[in-house]
Design a protein around this ligand. Structure first.
Ligand code: HEC
Length: 157
């Protein structure tokens, strides 16, 4: 057998073998971001923005696209979700201190104003996740209002 043929066969075999392993899915039933929503009180429009543009990587429940059934794409998605959740997990808002919540909101504003979030790899395939200018302004306003509440909470009693 020619070397090239052997290499191609090897690549195909590795690809097939990969399909037997799929990373554990990030799925939680029910209202997993309840505390975040009650505490920060976003408008229905902003709530929808979080659902469409952020929760897939920043919550305990991801809505998976069909191509998540194909390795190594599934590995790549799983690593984004893992990393996103390590930085910010809206489903675990109750576990953060007031300082951390305040800081995360500051970061959130910076990321959306600089158009760094949602990640371009994501908006490329999820066109509706891209934030409009109006959505960014609404997020900034919501961050300002919510941070005032957290800052008041940090004042000595
Ligand atoms: C495709 C996955 C994905 C989506 C969708 C996504 N993020 Fe992220 N996000 C990440 C990853 C990965 C990181 C960490 C690495 C980095 O900063 O690039 C991150 C980091 C962040 C951080 C930084 C937190 C810190 O500790 O500094 C903020 C804030 C953030 N994202 C907010 C958002 C918001 C708000 C949305 C929705 C508008 C969003 N992200 C959508 C994957 C995602």
């Amino acid at each position: 057998m020619k070397l090239l043929k052997k290499i191609s066969l090897g690549v195909v075999l590795v690809f097939v073998a990969m399909q037997f392993y799929s990373p554990t899915k990030n799925i939680s039933p029910g209202n997993h971001t309840k505390t975040f929503i009650i505490e920060t009180n976003p408008s229905p429009e902003l709530k929808a923005v979080f659902e469409t543009s952020c929760y897939d990587c920043h919550s305990n429940s991801t809505t998976y696209p069909w191509y998540n059934n194909v390795a190594p794409i599934s590995y790549w998605i799983a690593s984004h979700v893992k990393e996103g959740k390590e930085h910010l997990n809206f489903s675990e808002w109750e576990t953060y201190s007031i300082d951390k919540k305040d800081h995360l909101l500051e970061e959130l504003e910076e990321e959306v104003v600089a158009a760094k979030m949602p990640l371009t790899e994501y908006t490329y395939l999820h066109g509706n996740a891209k934030l409009s200018n109006e959505e960014v302004s609404a997020l900034v306003e919501w961050v300002t209002q919510t941070r005032i509440i957290y800052q008041l909470g940090k004042l000595p009693k």
